[in-house]
Design a protein around this ligand. Structure first.
Ligand code: PEP
Ligand code: MG
Length: 572
C-alpha cells in the first residue's frame, strides 16, 4: 500500500482500477528535407485533420458539458490556426527541417512564454498549446492519441495532465475520479471535476511514476490523497466513508431549492463567492440564492492587456443574466497586494498588503476604473446587480468612488444607454478603521460585505500569506467578533443589510455566532452552501441570541470555539 498526496480539487471518494492515459511520447527527430512544398502540405494536412477532430470533440463537449466548456475548443481551434505559431513552423520547414521538428520548435517558444508568466491562468494557456501540438504531431506521425472515450469499465484516470480535450472525452458513466501529476485548483480539469462532481487530485508530481495500469486505487478528494494498492481493511474503511459521503450529499440535496430559514423562522441569504462567469452554474447547482462576491480581478488576469469595456460587459452580463433575479454583488477591481497583473508594472512596495491596492489603485488610475464601472452599469439592466468597492478605509474613498460611478452613470444615460435605476452601492468592510466607524459609513452605503480574510489580517497585524504567523488567523478572537458585531449593529441601525464574503461566513463554528448577531447574507464557496443551509435549519435564532453575551464575554478565540462547540453538542 502506497500513499500519494496532491492538491484536493474536487471532493468525494472513488475506489477503482487505475487507467493510465499515456502521453503519446512523440520522440521527434530532426531530419533534413529536400521537398519543402511536400513538407508544408504534410503540416497543412495534419492541421486540417486536427481541426476536424477538434470540431467533433467540441460538439461532444457541448452536449455533455454545455456551451461554456465547449468554448475551450474554440480556443484550441484558434491555437491551431494561430498564424504566428504556424508561420514560425513553416519558416522552420523552409530552412530545411521536417514538419515535426519545425512544429515542435515553434510550439516550444509559445509554451515557454506562457509557462514563464507568473500567473496561473496564463500558465494554463501553455497546456492548450501542448494539447493542440500533440494532436497535430499524432497526425504527422500517424500514431493515435489515447482516446478516453473508449473506456468501458469503472476506472480512476491517472495522467500526467488531463488535457482539456481528454477531459471532454471522458465517459462519465465509467470514470470515477482522476489523479494528475500537474495542475492546480484553477486548472480546467479541476473545474470540470467539480462540475461532474467526481473526486480529483491534481499536482501529485509522482502519480504517473508510482501507479501502474490496472492497480487498485482509492482517491480521497477531500484530503487530496490517493492510496495505491490498498489493503482489504483500508478498502473496507473507504467503502464506508464513501457510503457516508454519498448519503450526506444526497441528504443535503433536498436543500437545493429550499430557502435558508432557522428553526424559529428567521430567514437569511446564502450566496456564492465566484471568480468567473463559469462558476455561476456550479453556484446555482449548489443552491446559491445569489452571488455575494464576484472577484472581478480574475477577468484582468491571464492576459497581456486590460480587458476592454466590451469584454467586461459580456462577462458581467453573463453572470448577472445567469443569476436571473437573484442578487449579484460584483466587487470592483481588487488588484495589488498578493494579486498582480503582468501588464501593469507598479513600483515595488515594502508592504504590498498595506500599499497601493484595490480602491486606492482604482482612484489613482481613474481611466481603468471608469472602464470597469461603465461595463458594470451597462450590464446592470440584465438582472439584479449590486456594486461594492474593496478596501475602503475612509469615508472620502467611498465618496470619491461613488462619485465616479455616478458620473459614468450620468454619461451613459446622456448617451441614451439604459442603466438600472435601483442599483445598490456598497462596500467591503475589511479594514479595522472602517469597522470602528461603521456607524458613519452606514449612513452612506446601501450595504456592507464583511471581508474577514483581510479584516482579520489587518486587525491582528498578521500577513495572511505568512505561514509563521498563521496562528494569528483567529476568526473567533473577541476583537474580531466585537468588530463584526459593531458593523452588523451599525448597518441595522440605519436600516441597511449586511453580508459577509470572507472565509468565516462558511465556517461551521462561526455560523451560529453570525446568525445570533443578525448577519443577513452569508457568501461562501459554492461547495459549502448546502451544508451551511442544513446547519442553519437546525438553529433557533432566539436561543442563539441568548448565548451571544456568553460568547462575547469569552476572552480568547479558543474559549469561544470551545463554548460554541459545547453548545452545539448539547443541542444534538
Ligand atoms: C476578504 O478579504 O475577506 C475577501 C473576501 O476578499 P479577498 O479574499 O479577495 O481579499
Ligand atoms: Mg479582501
Amino acid at each position: 500500500m502506497r500513499k500519494i498526496t496532491g492538491i484536493a480539487v474536487s471532493s468525494g471518494i472513488a475506489i477503482a482500477k487505475a487507467h493510465r492515459l499515456e502521453n503519446v511520447s512523440h520522440t521527434i527527430e530532426k531530419k533534413q528535407i529536400d521537398d519543402i512544398e511536400l513538407e508544408i502540405t504534410r503540416l497543412d494536412t495534419a492541421i486540417a485533420q486536427s481541426s476536424e477532430d477538434l470540431e467533433k470533440i467540441k460538439e461532444q463537449a457541448k452536449k455533455d458539458f454545455g456551451d461554456d466548456e465547449a468554448a475551450i475548443f474554440e480556443a484550441h481551434l484558434l491555437v491551431l490556426n494561430d498564424p504566428e505559431m504556424i508561420d514560425a513552423a513553416k519558416e522552420g520547414i523552409r530552412s530545411g527541417n521536417n514538419a515535426e521538428w519545425a512544429l515542435q520548435e515553434s510550439a516550444l517558444v509559445f509554451i515557454n512564454m506562457f509557462e514563464s508568466m507568473d500567473n496561473e491562468y496564463m500558465k494554463e494557456r501553455a497546456v492548450d498549446v501542448r494539447d493542440v501540438t500533440q494532436r497535430i504531431q499524432s497526425h504527422l506521425l500517424g500514431v493515435a492519441l489515447s482516446d478516453p472515450s473508449l473506456i468501458d469499465e469503472q476506472v480512476v484516470i491517472i495522467a500526467e495532465d488531463l488535457t482539456p480535450s481528454a477531459t471532454a472525452q471522458l465517459n462519465r458513466n465509467y470514470v470515477q475520479g482522476f489523479v494528475t501529476d500537474i495542475g492546480g485548483r484553477t486548472s480546467h480539469s479541476a473545474i470540470l471535476a467539480r462540475i461532474l462532481e467526481i473526486p480529483a487530485i491534481v499536482g501529485t508530481k509522482t502519480a504517473m511514476t508510482d501507479i501502474a495500469h490496472g492497480e487498485f486505487v482509492i482517491i480521497d478528494g477531500q484530503e487530496g490523497v490517493a492510496i495505491v494498492d490498498p489493503t482489504k481493511e483500508v478498502i473496507a474503511e473507504y467503502e464506508t466513508k464513501k457510503k457516508h459521503y454519498e448519503q450526506e450529499k444526497e441528504l443535503l440535496k433536498k436543500f437545493v431549492n429550499e430557502p435558508t430559514i432557522s428553526a424559529d423562522g428567521h430567514q437569511v441569504e446564502l450566496a456564492a463567492n465566484i471568480g468567473t462567469p463559469d462558476d455561476v452554474e456550479v453556484a446555482l447547482n449548489n443552491g446559491a440564492e445569489g452571488v455575494g462576491l464576484f472577484r472581478t480581478e480574475f477577468l484582468y488576469m491571464g492576459r497581456d492587456s486590460f480587458p476592454t469595456e466590451e469584454e467586461q460587459y459580456e462577462s458581467y452580463k453573463s453572470v448577472i443574466k445567469g443569476m436571473g433575479d437573484k442578487p449579484t454583488v460584483v466587487r470592483t477591481l481588487d488588484i495589488g497586494g498578493d494579486k498582480e497583473l503582468s501588464y501593469l508594472t507598479l513600483p515595488t512596495e515594502m508592504n504590498p498588503f498595506l500599499g497601493l491596492r484595490a480602491i486606492r489603485l482604482c482612484l489613482e488610475m481613474p481611466d481603468m476604473f471608469r472602464t470597469q464601472l461603465r461595463a458594470l452599469l451597462r450590464a446592470s439592466v440584465h438582472g439584479n446587480l449590486k456594486i461594492m468597492f474593496p478596501m475602503i478605509a475612509t469615508l472620502d474613498e467611498f465618496r470619491d468612488a461613488k462619485k465616479i460611478l455616478i458620473e459614468e452613470k450620468d454619461k451613459l444615460v446622456a448617451e441614451g444607454t439604459t442603466v438600472s435605476d435601483n442599483l445598490e452601492v456598497g462596500m467591503m468592510l475589511e479594514i479595522p478603521s472602517a469597522a470602528i466607524i461603521a456607524d458613519l459609513f452606514a449612513k452612506e452605503v446601501d450595504f456592507f460585505s464583511i471581508g474577514t480574510n483581510d479584516l482579520i489580517q489587518y486587525t491582528m497585524a498578521a500577513d495572511r500569506m505568512n505561514e509563521s504567523v498563521s496562528y494569528l488567523y483567529q476568526p473567533y478572537n473577541p476583537a474580531i467578533l466585537r468588530l463584526i458585531k459593531n458593523v452588523i449593529d451599525a448597518a441595522h441601525n440605519e436600516g441597511k443589510w449586511v453580508g459577509m464574503c470572507g472565509e468565516v461566513a462558511g465556517d461551521a463554528t462561526a455560523i451560529p455566532i453570525l446568525l445570533a448577531m443578525g448577519l443577513d447574507e452569508f457568501s461562501m464557496s459554492s461547495a459549502s452552501i448546502l451544508e451551511a443551509r442544513s446547519q442553519i435549519h437546525n438553529y433557533s435564532k432566539k436561543e442563539l441570541e441568548q448565548q451571544l453575551d456568553h460568547i462575547l464575554s469569552r476572552s480568547t478565540s479558543a474559549e469561544v470555539e470551545e463554548f460554541v462547540n459545547n453548545y452545539k453538542k448539547e443541542m444534538k
